[in-house]
Design a protein. Structure first.
Length: 112
């Protein structure tokens, strides 16, 4: 899985550079999130701009990450959801769980 990571103002931003987040590659994101949390990261923004399709495995990894961030008294926020991905969040009502922003900058602004 192609993931770019940046640290901006103490917030870790993950740019997922894939067109799908599904059973074939979601485990790699899960491993990366676990590694970040174990290394002390608390607050994350995950940019999903390039994701055009997400399935239950992809959603499950994001929910797991959200729960792990909450346990650490941190946050996991999402940005740049494409319309099909946003529809999946609405269908599963996960848009009520996650803080979802239209851009990484908006997500980062929410920490200020």
């Amino acid at each position: 899985m192609d993931i770019k990571m940046e640290l901006t103002e103490g917030i870790t931003v993950l740019y997922v550079r894939e067109d799908r987040l599904d059973a074939n590659n979601s485990e790699a994101l899960k491993v990366e999130l676990r590694r970040l949390f174990e290394s002390g990261t608390k607050d994350l923004v995950i940019d999903l701009k390039e994701i055009l399709f997400i399935d239950s495995s992809g959603l499950g990894v994001l929910v797991s990450g959200y729960k792990n961030a909450s346990i650490l008294h941190g946050t996991l926020k999402l940005s740049n959801l494409q319309s099909q991905v946003k529809s999946m969040f609405e269908l599963t009502r996960l848009h009520r769980v996650f803080d979802i922003f239209t851009s990484v900058d908006d997500a980062l602004q929410s920490y200020r």
